[in-house]
Design a protein around this ligand. Structure first.
Ligand code: S3P
Length: 446
């Protein structure tokens, strides 16, 4: 199957809905799910995974793990097992590794391949083919991999020949990106020496946590005002370990904001990961006056989780600082929706990375807001939204971007008029049951 042409798009409308009431559990975290499969591939023995996100992005990673030599099965009761090929023992894939829409899966797997003496071809859908891969290829080639083919500007499709012995390496990431950091560390795993990554601002730390969980020697120390320095000793013996995947805060964000903006709502979202490096949206919404309570705080699978209770709230605009961006990088589309209903102006600073996500999210958010009568502006890398009651009535172009689709559907639940997204199919990449879960709370779609 190839995913280069997106065959048929399916529009969906969200209608003004009554109070949203109930209790739901969003699917497993996407970042943790990709990593659980990849570490399963690199470890010896059986890695059992509970709560894996069965979204299309993650299923592409599972497929790639199989192509590189792992046995990956789903058990009848819903958990998954990976029997790894083992670090240093990956097999050469017989075919192109097609990652569909998945930036994380493709970039992390480039790191894995770059650290092994195999050749692999990477490809993806029209959205992934537009995304910059040079930021990954630059460090990986310095670690000893070769790029045999690439599309213009360092894009997919591309072919990587991995190094048989990746070089010890120290790298300063040019932007705070967990994908760049993770690709370098995954390549460095098979180096006989030490790999060091220094990031200007701390990005999500799931790779570091999972490295330690699987038995690698890794340390992470503060570096500068907001950054981190991660040090990994190469060639550890990675032992298979069970992984429990908590609910994805980036998916929880949709029912959460829907409850805050829809009058009369009260929604509980169970088991949400509250890792501080992912919790920027909660911080910002609380600053905006949101009525959010974290109940039953506990640890699951090495991550902090909580049940998040959200009630309809009168929100006001805030100034969201640039240094908070890495901890809510995927949440700006839904934060912009919350800001559209808030009193006054919200300024979201430092959003340059949004231009290279599944779509140019900065442009897509602004276009969707304007289409629905919301006053907004992009000034440099900042997004400014002036809130109030939302007219709605617009059709939003999603540009193959799941989070743009879900965000504007949430907006439609609380707008005066329905909001239509031009294509709902990409929602399946990260949140296959989005519509069903929202309907359970009382959301109306047509
Ligand atoms: C991810 C990192 C982020 C995020 C993406 C998932 C990860 O990308 O946007 O959805 O799992 O490492 P960057 O690291 O490029 O900012």
């Amino acid at each position: 199957m190839t995913s280069h042409s997106h065959s048929s798009s399916a529009p969906l409308s969200a209608l003004s809905s009554g109070p949203l009431i109930g209790r739901v559990r969003p699917p497993g975290d996407k970042s943790v799910s990709h990593r659980a499969l990849i570490f399963g591939l690199l470890a010896i023995g059986e890695t059992r995974i509970e709560g894996l996100l069965e979204g299309e992005d993650v299923l592409r990673t599972a497929e790639a793990c199989r192509a590189l030599g792992a046995r990956v099965v789903k058990h009848e009761e819903g958990s998954w097992s990976v029997w790894g090929a083992g670090l240093g023992s990956l097999v050469q894939p017989g075919d192109t590794l097609d990652f569909g829409n998945a930036g994380t899966g493709s970039r992390l797997m480039m790191g894995v391949v770059a650290g092994h003496p195999i050749v692999a071809r990477f490809d993806g859908d029209a959205s992934l083919r537009k995304r910059p891969m040079k930021r990954i290829l630059d460090p990986l080639t310095q670690q000893g991999a070769q790029v045999l083919e690439q599309a213009e500007g360092g894009r997919l499709p591309l072919v990587i020949a991995g190094a048989s012995e990746p070089l010890p390496f120290e790298y300063k990431t040019p932007v705070a990106s967990a994908q760049i950091k993770s690709a370098v560390l995954l390549c460095g795993l098979n180096s006989p020496g030490r790999t060091v990554v220094i990031e200007p601002e701390a990005s999500r730390d799931h790779t570091e946590k999972m490295l330690a969980h699987f038995g690698a020697k890794v340390t992470s120390d503060p570096h500068g005002a907001h950054g981190r320095k991660i040090t990994l000793e190469g060639r550890p013996e990675l032992r298979a370990r069970p992984v429990i995947v908590p609910a994805d805060p980036s998916s929880a964000a949709f029912p959460l904001v829907a409850a805050l903006i829809t009058p009369g709502s009260q929604v509980t979202i169970d088991g949400v990961m509250t890792n501080p490096l992912r919790a920027g949206l909660l911080t910002t919404l609380i600053e905006m006056g949101a009525d959010i309570a974290l109940e039953n705080r506990r640890e699951e699978g090495g991550e902090e989780v909580a049940d998040v209770v959200a009630r309809y709230s009168t929100l006001h605009g805030v100034d969201a600082p640039a240094e908070r961006a890495p901890s809510m990088i995927d949440e700006y589309p839904i934060l912009a929706v919350a800001a559209a209903f808030a009193k006054g102006e919200t300024r979201m600073r430092g959003l340059s990375e949004l231009r290279v996500k599944e779509s140019d999210r900065l442009a897509a958010i602004a276009a969707g807001l304007v289409a629905n009568g919301v006053d907004c502006a992009i000034i440099g890398d900042d997004l400014i939204v002036r809130g109030g009651p939302v007219r709605g009535g617009g059709v939003v172009e999603t540009h193959l971007d799941h989070r743009i689709a879900m965000s504007f559907l949430v907006m439609g639940l609380a707008s005066a008029n329905k909001i239509t997204v031009d294509d709902e199919t990409m929602i399946a990449t990260s949140f296959p049951d989005f519509k069903g879960l929202m309907q359970k709370l009382g959301a109306r779609f047509a």
